[in-house]
Design a protein around this ligand. Structure first.
Ligand code: ADP
Ligand code: MG
Length: 699
C-alpha cells in the first residue's frame, strides 16, 4: 500500500504533470505564466486547457463539470453540468469549451449578498481561478472559481483573498527591493490550517435534533468523566477512529491535499488533522474540501463529524489554527530569523510589519474569527481570549527591547548604528516556550492565529492579515523611501525603534486566560470585544473601511454588505437554536420529565396503599423537584418564544443581533441549566435522546 501512495497522491487533480502531458508546449507555458505571475489568460489558451481538462476528466470517469465557489454562506457551492452535447444525429459528444471553463453564470439571487444585488439583476458570475488546481470528485470535474455580481462586486471569500494576496505581494516586493534584494519578483502568503473536529456515532447523532439542526448540543448533563484525566490528548487511537483517519487521509491525498499530522485532541471524541502548508489560496480551497470530506468519510464509517466550535458544554471546543507566513519566489521564508545580519534586517522589518498590522487592526482580526458558534469558545479558558495580543517569546521580545533601548542583546557593550541584528543568531532555534493561551503567537518561523473557529473559512483571517500587513509595509516604505543604501541600516534601526515604541502594547507573553490580563489589556488600551455583536460594528469604522478600500480589497459597498451578512448569520443561528430548543423541550424532554414524575408519584401512591407508614420523603422531594422544573421550563420556554418574536420584528440587524446575544442566549442558558439538572435525575431508559456519556464515549 505504502508504495502506491506517491502514485495515488494528487491522482484526482489536474496537476502540473497532467498539464504538461496534455497541453501543447506553448499553451502549457502560457498557462504557467498565468499561474505564477497572475497574468491575463487568452481565450485560445483557455480553449486548449478546456480540451485537455475534459479529456483528462473523462478518462478518469467524470461525466459532469462544475464551477466550485465559496459564497458568503460559509459553505461551498456547485452546480453540475454534464459534458454531453447533442451532435445532431441523435448521438452526443463530450464537449467542454474555453468559455465554459473561464466563466459561469449561476443565478445568484439565492446566495447572501447583504443587499448588494437586487433580485432583478440576479445574475452572478463565476470566474476560473487557475492558481488552484481543478479536481475530480463524485464523477464531476470541479473548477475552483471566484464568484461576483453582475456589476463586479465580490460575493464570495476567494475574490477578496486573491486581492489581499496581490496587495501584500506588491508591498512586500517593493520593500524587499528597497532593502537591497532586487531579485525577488513575487511574495506569496503560506497557510497551514490545523483542523479540529469531533466524531460521534451516527445513530446517536440522529436522535438529537440539536445536533442535526444546530451542530451543537443545547442540553446535556455532564458525563461523570470529562477531560480532567488528560488522557485523550495524543492518546492511542481507537480502531474505529484510526480506520476513519486512514480513509480520510487517502481521500485527501487523492485530491493533492497534503494531510500530514493526525492525533487525538484534548476533549474525549475530539481529534485534529494538520496538512503541510501551501499558498494561501490553495490552502483555503483545500481546507474547505477537507471539511467536506471529513463529513463524507465519517458517514461511511457510521459516524458524524462535528465541526461546530462548541458541540458540548464543559469540555473543550474546536478551533482551527491558522499558521501564516510569507515566502518569496526564491523559496525564502521571510519570517525565518535567518543567520546573517542582512537577512535579519529583512526579518525584523517583516516581523515588525506584522506586529504593527495586528496592533493597528486588532479589531479586524477579532472580527475575522467572529461567529455565533465561535463566541461559545473564545475566552472560555480553553481557547484564546477575545482580546487580540501577540506572543513573541522571551528571546524575540528581548531582541526588540534591545533595539528600542540601543543595547546589545546578550552583550552589554554599546553599539553604534546597528539594527541589533548581531543578536539574532542566538535565537534561530525554535523558541521552546509554547504559550497556548495567546491568540497570535510567533512559532519559530511563522505566526499562528488561534482564534479562528473550526467551522470557519480560513479565507477571512487571511484577508485581514494580508491587507493589514500590506498597509504596514506600505507605511514603512514611505518612511524609508529615498534613503541611500549606506544609510539604510541606520534608517531601518530608527524605524524599528519608533514602531516598537508605538506597538509594543500588543505584545503579551503571559497567561492570556487570567483575570489580570483582562485588566492589564484594558490599561494598555487594547480592544476586548467579547461577542460577535460587540465586534462587528468595528468592521464599518472609518479606519477599517479606509484600509480595505485603499488596497482595493473591498469597496465600501462590499464592506457594508458583508457587515449585514455577518450580523444576519449571527442572528439566524441563534434564532434557529432557540426554536430547536423549544421543540426539543415540548416534544421530547418535557413529556419524559412528566412521565417520570408521574411514574414516581404512582409508585409512591402504590407503596403508600401497601404500607401507609412507609416514609416517602425522597419520592415526594423528587416529584416536587421534577414538577417544579416542568413548570419552570414551560414558563421559560414561553418567555423564550416571546423574545424570539421580539427579535423577528426588528428591522435593524444590529439591534436584532443584540437581542439575540443579550436576551435570547441568556434565556437559553437558563433553560439549559434547569433541564440539565432534571436530566441527571431521569433514568436513561426514559430520556428521549442520548446523553453526553453515550455521545462522548460511545465509539
Ligand atoms: P502545532 O505544533 O502548532 O500543533 P505543527 O508543527 O504540527 O503545529 O504544524 C503547524 C502547521 O504549521 C502545519 O500545518 C505546518 O505545515 C504549518 N507551517 C509550517 N511552516 C509554515 C509556514 N512557513 N507557513 C505557513 N504554515 C506553516
Ligand atoms: Mg498549532
Amino acid at each position: 500500500m505504502n508504495k502506491e501512495i506517491p502514485e495515488l497522491y494528487g491522482s484526482m487533480i489536474f496537476s502540473d504533470k497532467v498539464m504538461r502531458k496534455k497541453l501543447p508546449k506553448d499553451m502549457y507555458k502560457a498557462l504557467r505564466k498565468t499561474i505564477e505571475n497572475g497574468t491575463h489568460l487568452e481565450l485560445d489558451v483557455a480553449n486548449s486547457v478546456a480540451v485537455a481538462m475534459k479529456e483528462w476528466a473523462v478518462e478518469n470517469g467524470a461525466t459532469h463539470y462544475t464551477h466550485w465557489f465559496q459564497p458568503m454562506t460559509g459553505f461551498t457551492a456547485e452546480k453540475h453540468d454534464s459534458f454531453i452535447s447533442p451532435s445532431g444525429d441523435g448521438e452526443v459528444i463530450m464537449d467542454f469549451s474555453g468559455k465554459e471553463l473561464v466563466k459561469g453564470e449561476p443565478d445568484a439571487s439565492s446566495f447572501p449578498s447583504g443587499g448588494l444585488r437586487a433580485t432583478f439583476e440576479a445574475r452572478g458570475y463565476t470566474a476560473w481561478d487557475p492558481t488552484s488546481p481543478a479536481f475530480i470528485k463524485d464523477q464531476t470535474l470541479y473548477i475552483p472559481t471566484a464568484f461576483c455580481s453582475y456589476s463586479g462586486e465580490a460575493l464570495d471569500k476567494k475574490t477578496p483573498l486573491l486581492r489581499s494576496m496581490e496587495a501584500l505581494n506588491d508591498e512586500a516586493v517593493k520593500m524587499l527591493h528597497l532593502l537591497g534584494n532586487p531579485q525577488v519578483t513575487r511574495v506569496s502568503t503560506t497557510i497551514g490550517p490545523e483542523q479540529e473536529y469531533f466524531l460521534v456515532d451516527k445513530d446517536l447523532y440522529h436522535k438529537r435534533k440539536d445536533l442535526i439542526f444546530c451542530g451543537r448540543t443545547l442540553f446535556g448533563a455532564s458525563a461523570p468523566k470529562g477531560q480532567e484525566m488528560e488522557d485523550h490528548y495524543f492518546g492511542s487511537l481507537k480502531p474505529k477512529v484510526s480506520a476513519y483517519m486512514h480513509d480520510l487521509d487517502v481521500e485527501l491525498w487523492k485530491l493533492g491535499i497534503p494531510a500530514k499530522t493526525k492525533h487525538n485532541e484534548v476533549a474525549p471524541a475530539q481529534h485534529e488533522l494538520a496538512p503541510v502548508f501551501d499558498t494561501a489560496n490553495v490552502a483555503v480551497d483545500h481546507n474547505q474540501l477537507t471539511m467536506e470530506i471529513m463529513k463524507k468519510v465519517a458517514e461511511k464509517h457510521n459516524m458524524v463529524c462535528l465541526l461546530h466550535e462548541k458541540p458540548f458544554e464543559g469540555i473543550n471546543g474546536s478551533g482551527k489554527h491558522n499558521n501564516w507566513s510569507l515566502i518569496t519566489n526564491e523559496g525564502v521564508n521571510l519570517l525565518n530569523p535567518g543567520r546573517t545580519p542582512a537577512q535579519n534586517i529583512q526579518f525584523l522589518v517583516f516581523l515588525m510589519a506584522v506586529i504593527k498590522a495586528v496592533d493597528d487592526y486588532a479589531d479586524l482580526m477579532r472580527i475575522s474569527a467572529a461567529s455565533a458558534s465561535n463566541d461559545h469558545r473564545l475566552g472560555g479558558n480553553e481557547a484564546p481570549p477575545a482580546i487580540v495580543s501577540i506572543f513573541l517569546g522571551d528571546e524575540l521580545t528581548a531582541v526588540l527591547e534591545s533595539i528600542e533601548n540601543d543595547t546589545y542583546f546578550g552583550k552589554q557593550e554599546k553599539v553604534e548604528l546597528d539594527t541589533g541584528a548581531h543578536v539574532l543568531p542566538h535565537f534561530v532555534k525554535d523558541s521552546t516556550d509554547r504559550n497556548r493561551t495567546s491568540p497570535f503567537a510567533f512559532t519559530g518561523n511563522k505566526f499562528e492565529f488561534r482564534m479562528l473557529g473550526s467551522s470557519a473559512s480560513v479565507a477571512t483571517p487571511n484577508i485581514v492579515l494580508n491587507t493589514a500587513v500590506a498597509e504596514a509595509l506600505s507605511q514603512f516604505y514611505q518612511e524609508l523611501a529615498g534613503t541611500q543604501p549606506q544609510e539604510m541600516e541606520h534608517a531601518v534601526h530608527e524605524l524599528l525603534k519608533r514602531a516598537i515604541q508605538k506597538h509594543k502594547k500588543i505584545i503579551f507573553n503571559g497567561n492570556g486566560y487570567s483575570e489580570e490580563w483582562v485588566k492589564e489589556a484594558k490599561n494598555r488600551g487594547l480592544y476586548n470585544l467579547v461577542t460577535t455583536p460587540d465586534c462587528l460594528p468595528q468592521f464599518i469604522e472609518e479606519k477599517n473601511v479606509k484600509l480595505f478600500t485603499d488596497h482595493h480589497i473591498f469597496t465600501k459597498e462590499e464592506i457594508f454588505s458583508r457587515y449585514e451578512i455577518l450580523l444576519e448569520n449571527y442572528a439566524k443561528t441563534i434564532l434557529i437554536e432557540a426554536r430547536t430548543m423549544t421543540e426539543m423541550l415540548t416534544k421530547d424532554f418535557l413529556p419524559a420529565l412528566d412521565t417520570y414524575a408521574g411514574q414516581t408519584a404512582g409508585n409512591a401512591a402504590a407503596k403508600k396503599a401497601f404500607l401507609p407508614t412507609l416514609p416517602l420523603a425522597s419520592e415526594e422531594a423528587l416529584v416536587t423537584k421534577l414538577t417544579k422544573t416542568y413548570t419552570d421550563l414551560t414558563e421559560g420556554m414561553r418567555d423564550l418564544m416571546a423574545l424570539v418574536k421580539e427579535a423577528e420584528g426588528q428591522e435593524d440587524m444590529l439591534t436584532l443581533a443584540k437581542i439575540c446575544q443579550t436576551k435570547i442566549l441568556a434565556k437559553m442558558e437558563e433553560l439549559r441549566l434547569a433541564a440539565n439538572e432534571a436530566e441527571a435525575l431521569i433514568p436513561d431508559t426514559l430520556l428521549p435522546y442520548p446523553t453526553y456519556d453515550q455521545l462522548l464515549f460511545g465509539l
